[in-house]
Design a protein around this ligand. Structure first.
Ligand code: PLP
Length: 331
């Protein structure tokens, strides 16, 4: 199987902002773009992106999951990066046009068509280190992907890092390119020294999230995750899982969690931990590495509640269960 996100449909939707207005979006070849080497994004990282998915249903229809949430977040990221304002209805049309043209490329369950809207500052102005780009490019790439979840008893090893930070604190809720590069050193070290799969960033003991997914702790009937603030990315999957958990009768606690409390709670045999995100859906965590020592989460196996929540979410996405929250947009 090809690696996640390395295969693309032949076209993408693209629009440019010239300083005054957006061009009419069009479908163009997806294998290259033309950028001036002095483009703002290449020097000053004025870029943000989104990740969302389209699904094939058993009745042959096609649906995009919570598209409006991703569009809103894209507009917010763009604003926080001082990029030109995203025209939300235009972006919506771009996504629907692209997916509508390539419904044949939406894999059958458990595969999906992963969509990657991307917005970047394109003004050729290397003197603008301290000023925004007046021009930008917005495009939507589409990549057919398989099931990211290994299944079976596979769980992740996650290192708790209390020294580093994923990104600058005021950039946490921005889905911006630079944040991911900024987390790589810590990640590479964790992989090499601890055979960790991911790093859970906990600056000064405050449990935040991993490099590209939110963190959820389940302790018996309680689900605990950090309350929304500007320090981390507000995941659409996180919000959806919290809704489903409440519907199942779990107590949902959005609050601060310290690394010490986390380690104490995972000793409970009922404890579960998971990473949530569009690509990962809900991926179980089996081991936390804390101050150089391994700690097993609950039984170390994928948790029953984690798998139940994962299935409840997937069932809506793939049209197996009713879309009772109005999360799907038919293409
Ligand atoms: C994208 C992302 C998430 C997950 O967000 P979803 O909307 O659930 O896909 C969480 N954390 C970070 C840092 C992310 O980039």
């Amino acid at each position: 199987m090809t690696a996640f996100g390395t295969q693309f449909v032949p076209e993408m939707a693209l629009a440019t902002f010239d300083g005054e207005q957006w061009s009419t979006p069009s479908l163009v070849r997806s294998d290259s773009i033309s950028l001036h080497p002095g483009a703002h994004v290449l020097h000053y990282a004025s870029t943000c992106f989104e990740g969302l998915k389209a699904f094939s249903h058993p009745d042959g229809s096609h649906h995009i999951f919570r598209m409006d949430q991703n569009i809103k977040r894209m507009a917010q990221s763009s604003r926080l990066l001082s990029l030109p304002e995203v025209d939300e209805s235009m972006l919506r049309t771009m996504i629907l046009d692209l997916v509508g043209r390539y419904t044949d490329e939406i894999p059958a369950s458990p595969g999906t068509l992963y969509l990657r809207p991307t917005h970047m500052g394109t003004e050729a102005a290397i003197g603008k280190a301290a000023a925004p780009s007046n021009e930008s490019m917005l495009y939507v790439l589409a990549s057919p992907v398989g099931d990211y979840f290994a299944g079976g008893d596979a769980t992740l090893r996650v290192l708790i890092d209390q020294e580093g930070m994923r990104c600058a604190p005021h950039m946490g809720m921005v889905k911006s390119g630079g944040n991911y590069a900024s987390a790589l050193q810590v990640l590479n070290k964790a992989r090499k020294e601890y055979q960790a799969d991911q790093v859970l960033f906990c600056p000064h003991g405050d449990v935040q999230e991993t490099a590209a997914a939110n963190f959820i702790l389940i302790d018996g009937n309680e689900l605990i995750t950090k309350a929304l603030d500007s320090s981390f990315l507000h995941g659409v999957t996180r919000a959806s899982v919290l809704t489903l958990a409440a519907e199942m009768g779990l107590t949902v606690s959005e609050r601060d969690l310290s690394a010490d409390e986390l380690i104490e709670r995972i000793a409970n045999p009922d404890a579960e931990a998971a990473l949530s995100g569009t690509a990962a859906v809900l991926t179980p965590v089996g081991t936390l590495i804390y101050q150089g020592k391994d700690y097993t989460v609950g039984t170390g196996k994928p948790g029953v509640t984690t798998l139940k929540l994962r299935k409840a979410l997937n069932d809506i996405q793939f049209g197996v269960a009713e879309d009772r929250f109005g999360w799907l947009t038919q293409v």
